[in-house]
Structures are given as C-alpha cells and as structure tokens.
Design a binder for this molecule. Structure first.
Ligand SMILES: NC(=O)c1ccc[n+]([C@@H]2O[C@H](COP(=O)([O-])OP(=O)(O)OC[C@H]3O[C@@H](n4cnc5c(N)ncnc54)[C@H](OP(=O)(O)O)[C@@H]3O)[C@@H](O)[C@H]2O)c1
Length: 323
C-alpha cells in the first residue's frame, strides 16, 4: 500500500520503527500540523517518507492510496471521513470514533465507495489471541472473565496538579474507558460478541474517568474489565470456565504469555513473538488492502461497531460527555 500517515506523535513514532519489518508498506506521505512541520521533516528523513504536508487537501490529493489516522481520538472521525470521501482506504487508530453513529456513518461511506475502513487495534491480530480462541472449548462453560489493564499515566501527574491534557479530557475522547479499557473491550467482544447488559463504574474526577470497572453481562457468564490511568498493577486477563482457566499474564493489548490451567496442570499456549506488537495488524491490513478484501473489512467493522455500542452505553450510563 502507498501509505499516508496523519500525525507525528507517540504512536506514529512507534509505528515507523516497526515498518522496518514490513518493507511492503510504502511510506508515501505524512501530514502534520503547522507547528510540527520540523518533526514531520525529521521523520521523513529518518524513515525515507515520500513527502510531508501540513495541508490536508494537498495530502489527500497526493499519491497515497491508504490513510493511517493516528491523531487524538476526537479527530479520528473527521479525518477518516475526509479520507474516505477522497477515495482512500482508511486504517484508524483506536478508539475508532467517539460515538457509535459516527462509525456507522463512516461504514456507509466506505461501503458506498467500496473502500477498506478498519480499526488499528493490536490484540485482534495477534497470533496469541487466535490461540486463546482455539483453547476456549477446553475450559468448558465460561463463567467469569476479568481483564485488568492498569498503567499509571505520565499525564496523570499533570492532572493531579490541575492541568488537564487531552488524554484526560472527555471532549477529546480522553479517559480510562476510551484509552486503556478499550483493549479489554476488544479482547472480550472479539471472543464472545455483544453482551446482553453493560454497566460502567468510573472513578470520575473533573468529569473524566481516571479509572473504572466495566461490567459485561452475557447471561450465563459475566466479564469485569478494569482500566486505570491513575494507578497501576500487573495487567492481566483471566477467562474462567467450569473445566479450566485461561490466564494472560500481560495486558490484553499485547497478549505475550498465556497459559491454560486445568485442575493440577498448567500448559503454555502462547508462542514467543520476535515482532513488534503492531506488526501483525499492519501485515494483515497490507494484505487486505492489496487484495481489496471488503468482506474481511466488513467483518472487522461489525466487531468495531459492537465495541462502540458498548462504549457508548457505558459512557452514557456513567454520565461521561465524550466529544
Ligand atoms: N495502537 C496503540 O498501541 C496506541 C498506543 C497509543 C496511542 N494510540 C492511539 O493513537 C492516537 C494518537 O495517540 P498518540 O499517543 O500518538 O498521541 P500524541 O503523542 O499526542 O500525538 C498526536 C499527534 O497528532 C497530531 N495532530 C493533532 N492534530 C492534528 C491535525 N489537525 N493534523 C495533523 N496532525 C495532528 C499532533 O500534532 P501536534 O503535536 O502538532 O499537536 C501529534 O503529532 C490516539 O488515538 C491513541 O488512542 C494507539
């Protein structure tokens, strides 16, 4: 694919490091704000990116066929829409949009224009996530799921001192639910689909959830998804069934080491990967875009829509005003 990147921040720097593993991705262009032109030029030089732009229109009429939207959450919808309307495939960082309706609208445009529209969310493409799917029948009737992704945010120091950065501003799609718990939601929904009931108990300060517990009711089993940016612990996920338990000994975004436990026995089911955590998703996106696999993209979009539905219900119930 001829990729155009929007953003010059943390995740773009991570992504660019990874592209050494994926030479099939052609780094054609990068769009920055005016103030970040020097940053874009530095990245252009370091990663041999075709062109830099600071005007969206020039970027979208350049030689790119795919846009990677990697800007703060509240800007995803607008950039994704402009890119689709300009006839480009879109890979969008998580969380896809702030509202369910925004994503539904993007989906309609993508369908009408026969373009790929897909969410960059690492765990859905990790081989070790597939291993969990395969191991599920071995644990029998699932009863309880617990995912805890807790990472004290460097930006929480500023928040405590009274400065609210975008990562903690609900207008910009900040907060624990949208930022960190989103991986847990993808993890659970990717295995079990839409729950019957959703509740969110957020620790809300200055209108934003700095941490919280999302409860998903699947009828015969329940899931608790914990996300925290104001405290930390060793992140993990467990799926307890009547015949066994699957334990992920890492955040649900990376799924590094996973074991399957039966009474009195434990077996490792994960495989060690030498790749960057973003490698598998982008390898798949490249294939899907090259083959224009609209059916695969539609399936993934339905999953992303389900995630957005849960997020919207949870944030509404918790009184969070996103966007
Ligand atoms: N997949 C993952 O593992 C992962 C991890 C972290 C974050 N993310 C997601 O990636 C996205 C970006 O997060 P981040 O941590 O990289 O944020 P960040 O470090 O704050 O960077 C945001 C970037 O967006 C740029 N930007 C803002 N407005 C823009 C505009 N109108 N046009 C072009 N560029 C613009 C900013 O430029 P200025 O600096 O000039 O404002 C900055 O370069 C978020 O959606 C986040 O959820 C994903």
């Amino acid at each position: 694919m001829k990729l155009g990147i929007i953003g010059t921040g943390m995740i773009v720097n991570e992504f660019l490091k990874m592209t050494a593993e994926l030479p099939e991705i052609q780094l054609s262009a990068i769009l920055s704000t005016e103030r970040s032109v020097p940053k874009a030029e530095k990245l252009q030089e370091e990663y041999k990116i075709g062109a830099t732009f600071s005007k969206t229109e020039d970027f979208l009429t350049s030689e790119i066929d795919t846009v990677y939207v990697a800007v703060p959450n509240h800007l995803h919808y607008g950039f994704a829409k402009q890119a689709l309307l300009a006839g480009k495939h879109v890979i969008c960082e998580k969380p896809f949009t702030l509202k369910y309706g925004e994503l539904a609208e993007l989906k309609e445009i993508a369908e009408e224009k026969q373009l790929i529209l897909i969410e960059a969310v690492t765990n859905q493409y990790l081989p070790n996530y597939q291993k969990i799917k395969e191991a599920l029948p071995e644990i029998g009737q699932v009863r309880l799921i617990e995912c805890n992704y807790s990472q004290y945010s460097s930006r929480y120091d500023a928040f405590r001192k009274g400065e609210v950065l975008p990562a903690f501003n609900p207008k910009f799609g900040g907060g624990a639910l949208m930022d960190i718990n989103i991986y847990n939601i993808h993890f659970v929904l990717g295995l079990f689909g839409l729950p019957k009931g959703v509740e969110y108990y957020g620790n809300i300060q200055k209108g934003v959830d700095t941490s919280g517990i999302l409860m998903l009711d699947y009828g015969s089993f329940k899931a608790a998804c914990i996300g925290a940016k104001d405290s930390f612990t060793e992140s993990h996920a467990t799926i307890q069934g009547e015949d066994g338990t699957i334990i992920v000994k890492s955040p649900s975004s990376t799924i590094i080491e996973t074991v399957l436990q039966h009474k009195g026995s434990e077996q490792k089911i994960s495989e060690k990967s030498t790749h960057h955590r973003m490698y598998d998703e982008f390898k798949k996106f490249d294939t899907v875009i090259r083959e224009k696999n609209l059916a695969f993209a539609a399936e993934q979009l339905d999953h992303s829509l389900a995630v957005m539905k849960v997020v919207e219900e949870a944030s509404t119930k918790a009184g969070l005003e996103l966007g």
